[in-house]
Design a protein around this ligand. Structure first.
Ligand SMILES: [Zn+2]
Length: 162
């Protein structure tokens, strides 16, 4: 599932303008997922009016993509500069949120369509209508390109120190 594709599936009109009042903070990366699977796993804190939730976004196989370009003769820096902007639209991502809405309405659909960054959920919701994702994920995915510079420099640091 690509970022733009997922965003288009989330019914954002349902949430109105309330998401404007959210606070968003980048919490960090999972270095073990980067080392083990070559995935860039980022965790964000989303603070709404009543609760805090953690949103995870995983860019799949980013390390392999960078390495493939290096293999073709590109420098690490140029490969990252080329790939990071593409990550936001051309790469498969996985998402997860700790809110009840994602847990009960989205985790089954996300698992079935292989974009669940959390635990696999094989049971379809029986009481509620399933949805592609929650408003917190929509919020993070919309603002994600803002971290572009930071991701570039961090990814370069990680990959040059391996
Ligand atoms: Zn959520």
């Amino acid at each position: 599932m690509k970022r733009a594709q997922l965003l288009s599936k989330i019914d954002r009109k349902r949430y109105g303008k309330r998401t404007k009042s959210y606070l968003l903070k980048f919490q960090g990366y999972s270095l073990s997922d980067l080392e083990k699977n070559g995935n860039l796993r980022m965790v964000f804190l989303v603070r709404g009016q009543t609760n805090d939730y953690l949103v995870t976004v995983v860019f799949l196989k980013i390390v392999g993509e960078v390495e493939a370009l290096i293999h073709k003769g590109m420098s690490l820096k140029s490969a990252i500069n080329l790939l990071v902007p593409r990550m936001f639209n051309g790469f498969d991502i996985q998402v997860h949120c700790t809110c009840p809405d994602f847990t009960y309405r989205s985790s089954y659909m996300a698992s079935k369509n292989k974009y669940n960054a959390g635990e696999f959920e094989g049971r379809a919701p029986r009481v509620v209508v399933p949805s592609a994702s929650c408003k917190h994920v929509a919020f993070v995915l919309t603002l994600l390109p803002r971290w572009s510079l930071r991701i570039k420099s961090d990814l370069e640091k990680f990959m040059s120190s391996r």
